[in-house]
Design a protein around this ligand. Structure first.
Ligand code: NAD
Length: 421
């Protein structure tokens, strides 16, 4: 199939690269010329394991452009993968979706054949039906369902393992109103052996939000249990193992620590809460999950103060700035509230991350960025905020370590304390 992917961030570029690997012809469209240039040079603008190899190996089937028209006019399906960032009140900002849908619809006006538009960005329930569909019809002059296809196909990939996740999904969800759109997407995904669930547009959107808020809640739940365990010296990871053996529960997402971050969970939790509020419904469980998550990184600071009550003038090291290992993404990283609190205390911060320092530097140029993880170890105390593999190789003997991620090797430190253990 000939595919256009609009927006070449984590979702769009991974989607485009994987479809190219599967043998489709893909054109990635982005307004960011720098990203376009890099992709055409075979260099991914984001760090995601295996992505560069796929781009290089399939360069005859994937190209990037800033020209929406040429891409859409020569394709059969357009995936919309632009960002849906949070507004101040937590609701999602549909500016990029609106722009993209209008751009796409205006081009489709000139097309004299059927074309499928797929919303892959995460949008609150009702958005595709009540916002995208009318815009598409108004600006294309075509009828959705007959002249143009419209589907909602949420993406469940996890950053850091986005490629294997995309190529090996647990399920594909297709929200659609017409059989031709459903059949086209089923054809595209037929190489996958996982279940394909077909729903209406809004249910597909809700499946994405319900999945992410459930996982966020699971993390906050185990963090709450971990906080309780710490009082009695109970090993929260052993508790998680015991719980996880129950097939109804499962072991995944039961590693207690300093909470979830990233571009999805915090944003999706906030959006669901804002949407519930707008609909005059309570969402108490989700609200509590957010409250636990906001406090969890600050617990690390409280533990640090137990050992160093006066932080002013001290040098505190931070290992890990990305929101999780194997990504350079710092969006809503738990390192951010930690850094903010330390700066307020008047500490000097030495930080290291294998991938995320360039992005973090833009936000906090005043930190000292180390060229190796070892350099961080000379600080008065070390906080572990992200569980990168290379941090397991360090010698923590003689150091003070406050661990937010359960790094076994750090237990050799002279003073060691974990956030929930
Ligand atoms: N990042 C994830 O792990 C993940 C997972 C599942 C779903 N999602 C959802 O997918 C969507 C995209 O997320 P992301 O992290 O890939 O976003 P991102 O911010 O990394 O990338 C979005 C891209 O869209 C481009 N863009 C904006 N307007 C454009 C336009 N009019 N034409 C062409 N390009 C345009 C931007 O330049 C940017 O490169 C969001 O709704 C997000 O919630 C993200």
């Amino acid at each position: 199939m000939r595919i256009t992917v609009i927006g070449t961030g984590y979702v769009g570029l991974v989607t485009g690269a994987c479809f190219a690997k599967l043998g489709h012809t893909v054109t990635c469209v982005d307004i960011d010329e720098e990203k376009v240039r890099k992709i055409n040079d075979g260099i991914p603008p984001i760090y995601e394991e295996g992505l560069e190899e796929i781009l290089k190996a399939n360069k005859n089937r994937i190209k990037a452009t800033a020209d929406h028209r040429s891409a859409i006019m020569s394709s059969d399906v357009t995936f919309i993968c632009v960002g849906t960032p949070s507004r101040k009140d937590g609701s999602i900002d549909l500016t990029f979706i609106k722009e993209t849908v209008i751009q796409t619809a205006t081009i489709l006006k000139e097309m004299n054949r059927w074309h499928l538009v797929v919303v892959k960005s995460t949008v609150v329930p009702g958005t595709t039906q009540n916002f995208v569909l009318p815009l598409l019809e108004q600006h294309s002059g075509k009828h959705v369902g007959t002249d143009v296809g419209l589907a909602m196909n949420p993406e469940f990939l996890k950053e850091g393992v986005a490629i294997p996740d995309f190529l090996n999904p647990d399920r594909i969800v297709i929200g659609s109103t017409d059989s031709k759109s459903t059949a086209t997407l089923k054809e595209l995904y037929k190489v996958f052996t996982c279940p394909i669930l077909v729903t209406n547009l809004s249910a597909a959107e809700m499946i994405k939000y319900a999945s992410n808020t459930f996982l966020a809640t699971k993390i906050s739940f185990i963090n709450e249990i971990g906080n309780l365990c710490k009082h009695l010296g109970i090993d929260t990871y052993q508790v998680a193992d015991g719980m996880g053996l129950d097939r109804r529960i499962g072991r995944a997402f039961l590693d207690s620590g300093i909470g979830y971050g990233g571009s999805c969970f915090p944003k999706d939790v906030n959006a669901l809460l804002a949407w519930a509020k707008k609909n005059k419904e309570n969402a108490r469980i989700t609200e509590s999950a957010r409250a636990v998550n906001n406090d969890q990184p600050l617990r690390l600071l409280r533990l640090l103060k137990k050992h160093i009550p006066k932080l002013r003038g001290k040098t505190i090291g931070i290992l890990g700035l990305a929101f999780k290992p194997n990504t350079d993404d710092i969006r809503e990283s738990r390192a951010i509230p930690i850094v903010q609190a330390l700066l307020k205390e008047g500490t000097t911060i030495k930080a290291y991350d294998p991938q995320a320092m360039p992005a973090f530097k833009k936000l906090y140029p005043q930190l000292t960025y180390c060229s190796t993880a070892e350099e961080v170890l000379s600080s008065d105390a070390i906080l572990i905020a992200t569980l990168w593999e290379e941090f397991t190789m360090l010698d923590y003997r003689g150091k003070t370590v406050i661990d937010g991620r359960r790094l076994e090797q750090a237990k050799n430190a002279q003073t060691y304390e974990g956030v929930c253990w």
